[in-house]
Ligand binder design. Structure first.
Ligand code: BGC
Length: 947
């Protein structure tokens, strides 16, 4: 199979173009048209010379072979003359004030200082240009929420000053925002801009989105997946966001536009679903076919392009359900569709099918007549069609004569403490404020439920090794249970341990291996599945290249499921080239509040859009047999204290809002891998929550696949004490795999599973059931098919790079004890070559590293070699010429990771490495464990951080 890189880039660029959202256009855009074929542009803002491809943390660490920022894209377009004089000023300033990316994990600043600018410079640029572009960038991410401060959610004073000067001097000024989340647009200087483009974080080709849209190479068709409120305090979650112990979800189901629709529209600057085009559309002849609220509803309408440019429109359908006893928002999105490109004067018929389940309400107490059930309450269901959550019109009504039961469920995940939630008040049918009501609570029954199930599971008798291989199961010769009968207690415990980061059992530099974690299991033919971060492209810390895709929010803003599916099909193929089975994404939590650091990875404030995007991603990945992991299950809606924060949420809001994207991904996308969150949900760490991982996920939704913890997460029973060793609680709950052990086979993290069988903490049947779930998922993975010779290899064609990609299959691992010598005499060390070695280090500590080399050059000749570890440059060693004599250079290095891939990149020819030697000088700790210090604020990441 061939992966044509140009096609991959083309589809990514389409997604970037369609994900940009044009918020304002006072007639200045597009800059080019039939009459105007070129443009002189002054580009302001230091981020124009940098570009944030994504947010920070694990979702942003894709190692790219090229990156096209906004300036690169503009310079590439021959119709644009970027003002050189201004650019030189910025370049000089940027050189003197380099981008500060912090001192390591989660320390990156949320923005970069902006260059102060004189009025004369701006006026001078204005006299030479037709228009000005001002780029503002923001960067939050994992472990790093944004803050409501200047340089974060708010503009910096220098940015305000810049915008004021530019808008005063230019006739056309365009503001571009390069951020993965919504920032404050309330400053009056922003109103002075003639156009505003939300360009998000578009991955390695993201700059093209800006040039394509502003020049008019494409007609923008992105739509907001979040409401941009006038003020941060207008978001209903604002009062409750950011607590360090407990986060009460008092706004309940009234998240984002669901809240604003209830009489609060005046707080909205740009509504959910909003986005401008260079043409206009008319949505007409909308029809609604609804006979009952059981069967699918059919919606149809005609979209006509009434303007002068070809373009795409997004049709959005909303429902206003009757208030009934439960209370409802005035709008809930029930379906959307994006048209093809429609030529001026042309029309397209749009069809949308809606399963009425999407707008059923969950009744916790039975006030509707049905307890713990989804219902459609009696009354009028008014259907709206239109362009966004505010601009839409009524096009149909259905009267539900009596409250109907949609699905009878059981109470799961209810909060166990009292608090109040909001509920709209209607006076004469008009939304007139809010009241508060007590949230229904439940008993902490999670553990009890777990044991009820455990007792029903049947134990398979242990047979010892009968020579049955996993292949025999795949070939139908033996049953999976016969296979599992051969697994010892130690095997059953070990299969629940993932290994990483950078396990040598899988592609070097990836997040984890799972499955065949000990020699016996590998003998039985259990493969090792390979997970890499995610979500926007593969994170491979060895230095191997990967495609960095647009961030989740940007993808969702395309409202184009087919395009997203297509793009992830390419990613699927690319994953096959690196033997990655499972990408750790998409992230599908809800944008509950604009300051959540990981909003860039997630899609939207709306569960339907989030779920449909995730389902599209799965369809794309599954086409090539690989998969993804929806995360972080569930309600990881702030990064602050994400390791132990308790999200306290009503069961209704959990189900209707926070679990819904997962549910859609499972039911419509066939999601087969889930990552639980770090934190707690209603009183228990999610990794130990039976109700979440078994009752709801597997029993209600029919999920088939694996559930893994987040990396070094805590586990507890509901109301129990957290621990990282109690894997029996995790397994009992239905969370199959603990991520990650530094070495699964030797039980590096000291899990107590085997002892717990004796103590009655877990049954063997539970362990066998756990193994079965993992094995069945793995048998579907390329790792297994590759082992069976059932998978084609994929070759990348057409990727133009200056440097060769690392040949990751060539990375050989060596075990580093007190001393190690690696012979490198057969490796090429010519200019541009890289030599990579994988190290499995037994002891952390300070090492002496000796490079033995020879050079034919004279004694003054210098040959620099850059040293990377985990793809981070760690320094340069300069070798002097030795006139043919064998010499050594000695350094010291601190090694704190069990696994690392170290790469020596030869910047010049002239030196030949014979070997390297590593010798322990001082050991820091003899053993690797992940996060067994309970008091720590966050998991111990030293296991995978190389300093
Ligand atoms: C993140 C996950 C990520 C994992 C592996 C965790 O810290 O929360 O999203 O997949 O690390 O890098």
């Amino acid at each position: 199979m061939v992966l044509h890189w140009e096609d991959y880039e083309r589809v990514a660029r389409e997604a970037i173009d369609e994900g940009c959202v044009l918020l304002k256009n006072d007639g200045v855009l597009p800059l080019l048209d039939d009459e105007k074929q070129d443009v002189r542009l002054s580009v302001f803002g230091r981020i124009s010379e940098y570009y944030y491809r994504s947010g920070s943390g694990s979702g942003g660490l894709v190692n790219v072979h090229k990156s096209v920022g906004i300036m690169d894209a503009l310079e590439e377009d021959s119709a644009v003359q970027v003002d050189r004089e201004l650019r030189e000023i910025y370049l000089k300033w940027c050189e003197e004030n380099p981008v500060d990316m912090g001192t390591g994990w989660a320390s990156e600043p949320l923005s970069q200082p902006e260059m102060p600018i004189d009025e004369e410079i701006v006026a001078g640029a204005a006299s030479r240009s037709d228009a000005a572009l001002i780029v503002v960038g923001r960067y939050a991410g994992e472990d790093r929420d944004c803050t409501d401060e200047p340089g974060a959610y708010q503009l910096l004073p220098e940015e305000v000053d810049l915008i004021q000067k530019v808008t005063a001097n230019f006739e056309k000024s365009i503001l571009v925002i390069n951020a993965g989340f919504v920032i404050d647009l309330s400053h009056e200087c922003i109103d002075q801009c003639d156009a505003i483009l939300y360009a998000w974080q578009g991955g390695m080709l993201g700059g093209y989105g800006v040039s394509d849209v502003i020049l008019g190479r494409v007609n923008p068709s992105g739509r907001l997946t979040d409401t941009i409120a006038k003020n941060i305090s207008d978001y209903p979650s604002n009062e409750n966001f950011g607590d360090v112990v407990k986060n009460y979800y008092k706004e309940d189901i009234y998240v984002g536009y669901r809240y604003f629709s209830c009489g609060e529209d005046d707080k909205v600057r740009y509504p959910f679903g909003f986005g401008l085009s260079y043409t206009s559309f008319d949505i007409s002849e909308a029809t609604l076919k609804v006979e009952n609220l059981k069967d699918d509803i059919e919606i149809q309408c005609k979209v006509k392009n009434t303007g002068e440019r070809a373009g795409k429109q997004v049709v959005q359908c909303y429902v206003k359900a009757p208030q009934g006893k439960l209370g409802k928002p005035a709008r809930a999105l029930i379906g959307y569709a994006k048209t093809e490109e429609i030529a001026p004067g042309q029309e397209e018929m749009v069809h949308i099918t809606v399963d009425p389940y999407v707008f059923a309400s969950y009744d916790e107490t039975g006030v509707s007549g049905y307890e713990s059930s989804y219902v459609h309450e009696a009354g009028e269901y008014v259907f709206y069609i239109g362009e966004n959550a505010i601009d839409n019109r009524k096009f149909g009504v259905f009267c539900n004569k009596e409250t109907t039961l949609v699905e009878k469920l059981r109470q799961e995940l209810a909060p166990i403490e009292e608090f109040q939630r909001i509920k709209p008040v209607l006076v004469d049918g008009i939304f007139s404020g809010w009241t508060r009501e007590n949230v229904p609570t439940g008993e902490p029954e999670d553990t009890k439920k777990r044991w009820e199930r455990a007792e029903k599971l049947t134990e398979i008798a242990y047979t010892g090794d009968k020579g049955i291989k996993l292949d025999d199961v795949a070939d139908g010769k033996n049953s999976i249970d016969e296979f599992i009968g051969q697994m010892s207690d130690e095997d059953l415990a070990c299969i629940a341990r993932g290994e990483g980061m950078g396990s040598p059992l899988v592609t070097p530099g990836t997040a984890s291996a799972y499955g065949g974690m000990n020699a016996h299991m590998r003998e039985l033919g259990i493969p090792c599945g390979c997970c890499s971060d995610g979500p926007s492209g593969m994170r491979i810390d060895s230095g191997s290249y990967a495609f960095s895709l647009p961030c989740g929010t940007m993808l969702a803003c395309t409202f184009n499921d087919e395009l997203v599916e297509k793009l992830y099909g390419y990613l699927g193929m690319e994953m096959l080239t690196k033997h990655v089975d499972n990408i750790l994404g998409p992230g599908v939590n809800i944008h509950r509040h604009p300051l959540n650091g990981r909003n860039f990875e997630y899609f939207s404030e709306d569960p339907l859009v989030s779920g449909k995007m995730a389902a599209a991603i799965y369809r794309g990945l599954h086409k090539y047999g690989v998969t993804g992991t929806i995360k972080h299950f569930a309600a990881n809606n702030q990064e602050k204290r994400r390791y132990d924060i308790d999200s306290v949420i009503s069961e209704r809001a959990v189900r209707e809002i926070y679990l819904r994207p997962y549910e859609i991904a499972v039911k419509q996308g066939g999601a087969d891998s889930v990552m639980t969150s770090y934190g707690k949900l209603n009183g228990g760490w999610t990794a130990g929550r039976f109700e979440l991982n078994t009752r709801v996920l597997r029993e209600e939704w029919g999920f088939k696949g694996i559930v893994m913890t987040d990396w070094a997460a805590s586990i507890s029973e509901q109301c129990g004490e957290p621990s990282k060793n109690n894997l029996h609680v995790m397994i009992g709950a239905g969370n199959n795999i603990y991520m990650v052990f530094s070495k699964a086979e030797i039980n590096s993290n000291h899990d107590t599973t085997v002892e717990e069988i004796e103590k009655g903490g877990i049954t063997r049947a539970e362990l066998q059931n756990n193994a079965r779930e993992i094995l069945l998922q793995l048998m579907d993975m390329p790792a297994f098919k590759r082992q069976r010779g059932e998978i084609d290899s994929v070759e990348i064609q057409g990727r133009v790079t200056e440097d060769e990609d690392l040949d990751w299959e060539d990375v050989q691992y060596y075990t580093l004890g007190d001393y190690l010598k690696i012979d490198l005499s057969d490796k090429s060390t010519d200019k541009g070559a890289s030599v990579s070695i994988g190290l499995e280090t037994e002891k952390t500590g300070l090492y002496k590293i000796v490079f033995n080399y020879v050079s034919d050059l004279g004694p003054l000749a210098q040959t620099p070699v850059t040293i990377f570890s985990q793809n981070m440059p760690r320094g340069v060693v300069t070798f002097f010429g030795t006139e043919g004599k064998h010499e050594s250079v000695e350094k010291t290095v601190n090694i704190v990771s069990r696994y690392s891939v170290d790469r020596f990149k030869f910047m010049q020819s002239g030196v030949k490495l014979d070997s390297i030697e590593l010798e322990l000088i001082e050991s820091i700790s003899h053993e690797f464990t992940v996060g067994d210090t309970e008091e720590s604020d966050k998991p111990v990441e030293s296991d995978y951080v190389f300093v």
